[in-house]
Design a protein around this ligand. Sequence first.
Ligand code: ASP
Length: 348
Amino acid sequence: MNSPLSRRQMLAASAGIATAATLHGRAARAGGAVVISSKNGLRCVQEAYRRVTGGERPVRAAVMGVAINEDDPEDMSVGYGGLPNEEGVVQLDAACMDGPSANAGAVAAIENIKNPAQVAFFVMEHTDHVLLVGEGAKRFARSYGFPEQDLLTDKARAIWLRWRAARSRNDDWLSPADGSDLELDAQGRLYGTIHCSVLAPNGDLGCATTTSGLSFKIPGRVGDSPLIGCGLYCDNDVGSAGATGRGEASILSGVSWLVVERMRAGDEPTQACLHALRRVSEYARRQSRWQPALWAGDRPSFDLTLYALRKDGQFGCASLRAGKDERVFAVCDAQGARHETGALLYPN
Ligand code: ASP
C-alpha cells in the first residue's frame, strides 16, 4: 500500500480541491470525520476513523478498516474464515471507490487471497480497469506480493460439510443425525459482508465493501459487493452508500447508486435508503411470480440493508426487515465508535 504518488492520486488530489466546497447549495460541513459500516464493523469504523483523521485518504482508510474483518477468522462473512461455495472453496468479492477521483477498483471470485479489498485498491491505483475476476485477479494480486493461502478454516469447513449433508434427502450425502442447526434465510443461505463508508475532515469521501458472498453459492457466482453502484458507490459532491444482504436484489435495483442519487436530489440518508428499498421490494414482488420463495406474505422473504453517509456528515441506514444482523450499523465520529439502529421498510 506504500506506492509512490500515482497519476491517479494526483488527479484525485486536484479533484478534491475542485469539489470540496460544493454540495448543491447546502452549507459547507462544520468539519469532522464520520465513518459508518455494517454491524460487524465496530473495530473497522474505529480503525478507519483513526486513519482518516490522521490524514489518510478516505478510500484507503475504508480498505484498511475492513481488513480487520478480512483477517478475522471469526467473521465468517468476509476474507479468511469466510463460508465457502458449494464445492467448499472460498471465493471472495470486494471493491473500493474513491470520491475525489471518481475512480474505483474491484475483484470478484478471487481465491486464496485474504485481503481482496486491498487487491481492489491496487486495481484502482495501478490499472486502467475497474474489475478483475477469478484467476486473473489472483495473478494480479500475486504480482504485488499478496501471499496465497487456504482461506477455509476448520470451523467454516464444518459448517459447509453440515450444509452439504443436510441440503437434500435425494443426494448421496448422509444427513446429519441431529438435523442442521444453521440459521438460514428463506432460501437456505447465510449472508454476510462488511461495507464501510468514510468521510474525511476535508469533505472527501471513499468506501469499500468486501465479502465471501452468499454461502454455498454456485462456483463463479458474483454478488453485488464488487459491482460499482450495487454493493457500494460514492460521489464526492454528494455522499457514499453501500449494501449488505441479498446481492441479487441489490444488483437488480442498482441500490447504492440509487441511494447516492436520491441524496443528490435532496433526500436525507435514511429516506434515500428507504426509497431504494421500496424499489427492491417492488422488483422482488414482480420476480416472485417466477421465484415464489422471494416473497413472504406482503414483503420480500430476504434481507437487504443499505448504508448512507452524506457529505455534510449526516448518515443513515435502513433494512427491508428485521433479520438477525440487519438494521443495526456501526458509526465512528468525534463521539467515538458505537452501534446505532437503522430504519425498517417493514417495521412489523
Ligand atoms: N451481498 C453479499 C452477496 O450477495 C452477501 C451479503 O451481504 O451477505 O454476495
